[in-house]
Design a protein around this ligand. Structure first.
Ligand SMILES: [Fe+2]
Length: 295
């Protein structure tokens, strides 16, 4: 009997690619219920191939979200800004260390979550840390009438598009990633960064699961290639940001209520488009912890 059930799990899941760049919709899965081993395996296979997975029409509680995410590794803790840099209050409705509310909603003038309004440049979630989150899971609870789309770029394709002489030149090089709190402004490595979270990662990393090389660079936080002059580093980083943000590598997700997205931070970068700031937007995020990354 169990065998039949297991086979049905696999048969029920459908994977529909959403763009030539990356992204696929998964149907036939109810994330509010515990999943079987075969279902999880099928999702993992689809994830490796499509990098970003979209589940529509889900009704997912906080506990459901954490249970589902835990099938893919150890849940990540929400990272807090160093005390001295905490210009904004910690979200007043963030009451679980594994959950972050991505929202512009305020109650009595105080933000209930983080990452409020406006555009958000391309970035890697916690790319400034030694162990950037392996995965991010984001669920839509309230949405503005337009905008606030999430764009994902396929960094395997970006790596392949780096010209061979540049690949050779950058082989073995590392770059500094700095936490930039402004979201639409390049982090700066000039001045004292000792109090700001930062870490150097290889420019090119080998994805620990697929063994494929990816470009590990984003416009928001990657600021300086080590061992090059500032001028040369700036010039090359501009070139790498542009490769990473080529339209043909991007899948743009337009959110609908009940959408549940999951993505792999080691082979994608993501950004948010602007949206009307007088309208409410609320998404619930959790993550899976990562590991140090190697070329
Ligand atoms: Fe993000």
């Amino acid at each position: 009997m169990q065998r039949v059930g297991a086979m049905q799990d696999v048969i029920d899941i459908q994977v529909t690619p959403l763009s030539p760049a990356c992204g696929a919709e998964i149907s036939g899965v109810d994330l509010s219920k515990p999943l079987g081993e075969h279902q999880v395996r099928a999702i993992k296979e689809a994830w490796k191939k499509h990098l970003v997975l979209v589940f529509r029409g889900q009704e997912v509680s906080q506990d459901d979200q954490l249970r589902f995410a835990s099938y893919f590794g150890d849940l990540g803790n929400r990272k807090k800004a160093p005390e001295a840099l905490r210009t904004r209050a910690e979200g007043v409705e963030q009451n679980h260390e594994k959950i972050l509310l991505v929202t512009n909603i305020r109650v009595d003038g105080r933000p209930i979550g983080a990452f409020g309004d406006g555009e958000f440049w391309f970035h890697i979630d916690s790319g400034y840390s030694e162990r950037p989150y392996r995965y991010t899971f984001l669920y839509a609870l309230e949405l503005p009438s337009r905008g606030g789309n999430t764009m994902f770029s396929n960094m395997y394709k970006a790596y392949e598009a780096v010209p061979a002489p540049l690949k050779e030149k950058l082989c073995g090089k590392r770059a500094l990633h700095i936490h930039e709190y402004n979201r639409a402004k390049q982090a700066s490595s000039s001045g004292d960064i000792s109090g700001i979270p930062h870490y150097s990662h290889p420019l090119f990393i080998t994805h620990p699961d697929t063994g494929r090389k990816t470009l590990f660079v984003d416009r928001l936080m990657t600021t300086r290639i080590e061992g090059l002059s500032q001028q040369e580093s700036d010039r090359i980083l501009d070139q790498l940001y542009e490769i990473g943000e080529r339209r043909e590598f991007i899948f743009e997700h337009e959110w609908r209520l009940g959408d549940f997205l999951m993505w792999d931070n080691r082979c994608t970068i993501h950004a948010r488009t602007d949206f009307p700031k007088e309208e409410r937007r609320l998404l619930r995020r959790c993550t899976v912890e990562g590991e140090p990354l190697y070329e």
